[in-house]
Design a protein. Sequence first.
Length: 557
Amino acid sequence: MSSKRSDAIIKGPSRAPARAMLRAAGLNDENFNGPLIAVFNTWTNMGPCNMDLDKLAVPVRAGIRAAGGTPIDFNSIAVSDGITMGSEGMRASLISRDVITDSIELAVKGHSLDGVIILVACDKTIPAAAMALARMNVPGVVVYGGSIMPGQHKGKDLSVQDVFEAVGACAAGIIDAAELTEIEKAACPGAGACGGQFTANSMAMAMTFLGLSPMGLNDIPAVDAGKNDAAFKAGELVVDCVKENRLPRDMITKAALMNAATALSATAASTNAILHLLAIASEAGVKDFDIDAFDAVSRSTPVIGDLKPGGRYMAYDLYKAGGSALVGRRLLEAGWIDNSPTVTGRSLFEEVMNAPETKGQDVIRPWEAPVKSRGGYGILYGDLAPEGCVVKLAGHGDLFFEGTARVFDSEEACFEVVQKNGIQKGDVVIIRNEGPAGGPGMREMLGVTAALVGQDLADHVALITDGRFSGASYGFVIGHVAPEAARGGPIALVQDGDKITIDVEARTINVDFDIAARAKNWTPPKPRYPSGAYAKFAKLVGSASKGAVTSFPFDQD
């Protein structure tokens, strides 16, 4: 290559000391002449999601070498959402997204590398990869390690969602402790990220529709024999991206973000995708993509994916049916997506227009016979959420709820009452002080929502929080309430017995008390952490309505 980014550290007489150190690491003149590619891995054996990424890096490196590049390895942290769920450690999850983003930036830009391929799996590693690519605008490819295979119990496919729901069923006396243990042991059979259209698989699909991952790669399950070959080709592809100077910001446009939002709404995906796509847009400097886009997309796009948590099928079933390409073909045929560039050099339409479909599959429905006529999201405003909030519609048919508030100042306080069967039909459960700053870290409430499902209350109560929901959550659940309680949002002022009215069609969420009067007596809560990473995040993080980012976003002006 005549000129490349890595020349800054290896070219010319003055760089002899740097070359000397690189030679000690195994590089030679041939390596210096070609592109240096960061293989940025989020491997850890803390849980099944990321535990095989070290193995997946082997064919990635081989592909890079085959294409004339040199792989340079880096690694970062990864926080398991499923393992930390319901614990103090869950606060680290969203914080880790920005730490991983920063780590990628520092590794790649710090060493002036020519390109990067990022291996991801658990929830926050995926948006972090896209955020870093958008921020750096260095050629790169995102490789998702893949979904876990279904577990089996009494002839039923299981995911970790079933374990969380079994906890609630056990507390309600619907199943006994012995069966809970059987479900626990059967649900997660090996490597791979959680198996429904939860956050990991939702964001993996988003990477594909943003053009940052090659079509089909992310659909392949973690333990599938085809994963290594796809990883090898991805290694070759990232070198091609460097040679052709395909840049992330050329792909992460408003059109691509809308395509991703449409695909996710059409598969009733995780509400976390809203937070993450807003953050990616912020890093890419896309200013005309905001939270209201998700409501517009949801109203115009029916749900065609019959996927868990609200549907019947898992990620493995989607892969067998035709994968993301089939979803894209359906959306193209209906005119619901726009053409946009992808990391392969081919357009999105070229990638999906001839997508094969497995005969007889009913995981992805025809657009004229959807699972639901309305997409999986809603954005509400009103007394309780002046900056907006997100309602998840997966698995829930009602669009209106009115009830009385049951207020909790932490997830733990609420879960304790739920486990004692203390929530009744008609309650509007409020969990506050769990927002981006107040948590800090905006914890997910899967323990609470799954326990309510297990007690057969999902269709009879509403849950509102300034925190988040797992992709495995369903029911009448509303999160990302902004402003959050810790920053004086009206959710901080709700009291037990207040009437809450939620109208999804009208896009409103209102209360029956005098907000201004109560606000006079409000004082901000004391921060949970006086120092360290949690305290730093709490101080820097922005509103959930804008992606809860801590960086200073790229300014197109």
